[in-house]
Design a protein around this ligand. Structure first.
Ligand SMILES: CC(C)[C@H](C(=O)O)[C@@H](O)C(=O)O
Ligand code: SF4
Length: 465
């Protein structure tokens, strides 16, 4: 057999059995745990007297609820403190490696897995979180799962899963200067729709992906789920192996060389058969901004907002205009913002902060704009500080915060107020997502967020090229 995709190979290598339901029982190589989706799973384990099948394959951190002004305990919010205490008890009772507050390995679960070298090509990975697809950047089949599935993985290290179709998405050519990985994935979702990936795994490739570094590939894979695809991945290559080399949990010495040989063999064959193939021209991608209430409602920064009748689903477009308060046909350029948020598992890695700092350096945040930079992990924070990025940001008037999910979903004190408009490097712009029912979110790349912060409005970051 020489025409298999990575998806096929990894799936087959991890198949335990075919269940009577027709589903596959799939072995899960790595299980990542955070505080929000796991308390009931641990309770179910206790009720049934179960223990963890493979504690050595299970790692936990805290990210969603942690305040980012200070990590000091106890938290001001009693509910958050109780949730944190529950996670601490669960990891201690069940014997799970835990990177909590105070650990220099703490951070957003999808930032720390790759950083520690836990995420590796050719493996299966699960986490009770929809953005688990991020890890697909390594050629990993990474599944976002629900709480009962978390229980299943804890107790058996397996999941019952339906096989997906595979869509190959080629981004050909090269990206213009000032156009980033975030613009690529927003354009893919805009083109294929927020439900377009239902039933599919997305395999991203083409010259643009080949040239991307691992952090850029993570940004693309992160938002697969926003396009409806449960899984998104990039085939492992030399860029992947170079990233992994020397990381704490990556194999060492000869074992690393054996790893590379195996990882290479897991990549899709050149003549692999796909259920669907889509080609996009990278040179046609512009800095992209969402204007509505789902990540597919996006336009190039120089485009005007669509008219409801021009789009396939006028109802959701009308609902979006009702919430956002914009006028169909108006330009997105010049839209005023109140808040700028640089962070989240989509765009809070070192290279994201470098891109934003390049724009912010020596300039000032516009008066009246509240601007936050929230590193994705303690390690990113340290690396950024060692490079002097914290000073670039604070001197420009940005707040420099502790690691966590922060204003991506506002399960912590970082929230929008009232009708505030936020230029955000995160991945979801659903109504109320950033903590205020009336709040409005414009998704864009971190460089675009930085430019918006300086101008108090949406601008074209290519002016800073
Ligand atoms: C809290 C968690 C269940 C949720 C998810 O699964 O994605 C969160 O991370 C999000 O981004 O909305
Ligand atoms: S940063 Fe946002 S999208 Fe990512 S895990 Fe946290 S809440 Fe979910």
């Amino acid at each position: 057999m020489s025409e298999r995709t990575l998806y096929d190979k990894v799936w087959d290598a991890h198949t335990v059995t075919t269940l009577p339901t027709g589903q596959t029982q799939l072995f899960i190589g790595l299980h990542l745990v955070h505080e929000v989706t796991t308390p009931q799973a641990f309770d179910m384990m206790r009720e049934r007297g179960l223990s963890i099948a493979y504690p050595q394959r299970t790692f936990a951190t805290a990210d969603h609820i942690v305040p980012t002004d200070t990590h000091a305990r106890p938290f001001a919010d009693d509910q958050a403190e109780a949730m944190m205490a529950a996670l601490e008890k669960n990891v201690s009772d069940f014997g799970i490696e835990f990177y909590g507050l105070g650990s220099d390995r703490q951070g957003i679960v999808h930032v720390i897995g790759p950083q520690l070298g836990l995420t590796q090509p050719g493996m299966t990975l699960a986490c009770g979180d929809s953005h688990t697809s991020t890890h697909g950047a390594f050629g990993t089949l990474a599944f976002g799962i629900g709480t009962t599935q978390v229980r299943d993985v804890l107790s058996t290290q397996t999941l019952s899963m339906d096989r997906l179709n595979v869509r190959r998405i080629n981004v050909n050519g090269s990206l213009p200067l000032g156009v980033h990985a975030k613009d690529v994935i927003l354009t893919i979702i805009r083109t294929l729709g927020v439900g377009g990936g239902k039933g599919y795994a997305y395999e991203y490739g083409g010259a643009v992906l080949d040239r991307m570094n691992m952090e850029e590939r993570m940004t693309v894979c992160n938002m697969s789920i926003e396009g409806g695809a449960l899984v998104g991945y990039v085939n492992p290559d030399q860029t992947t192996f170079d990233y992994l080399m020397g990381r704490q949990f990556a194999p060492k010495g000869e074992a690393f060389d054996r790893g590379v040989a195996y990882w290479r063999a897991m990549a899709s064959d050149p003549d692999a058969a796909y259920d669907d193939v889509v080609d996009l021209d990278g040179s046609a991608i512009e800095p992209t901004v969402t204007w509505g209430i789902n990540p597919g409602q996006a336009v190039g920064v120089l485009e005007n907002l669509p008219r409801p009748e021009e789009l396939q689903d006028p109802k959701i477009v009308e609902r979006a205009y009702e919430h956002m308060g914009w006028t169909p046909g108006a330009p997105i350029l010049g839209t005023s913002i109140d808040v700028a948020f640089i962070g989240s598992c989509t765009n809070s890695r070192f290279s994201d902060l470098v891109a934003a700092a390049r724009v912010a350096k020596g300039r000032q945040v516009s008066a009246g704009v509240r601007a936050l930079v929230v590193p994705g992990s303690v390690e990113v924070k340290k690396q950024a500080e060692a490079a002097g990025l914290d000073r670039v940001f604070t001197e420009a008037g940005f707040q420099w915060r502790e690691a966590g999910c922060s204003m991506c979903l506002a399960m912590n004190p970082d929230k929008l107020n009232g009708r505030e408009v936020c230029a955000s490097s995160s991945n979801r712009n659903f109504i109320g997502r950033q903590g205020s029912p009336g709040g409005r979110t414009l998704l864009m790349s971190p460089a675009m967020v930085a430019a918006a912060a300086l101008n108090g409005k949406v601008v074209d970051v290519r002016e800073y090229n």
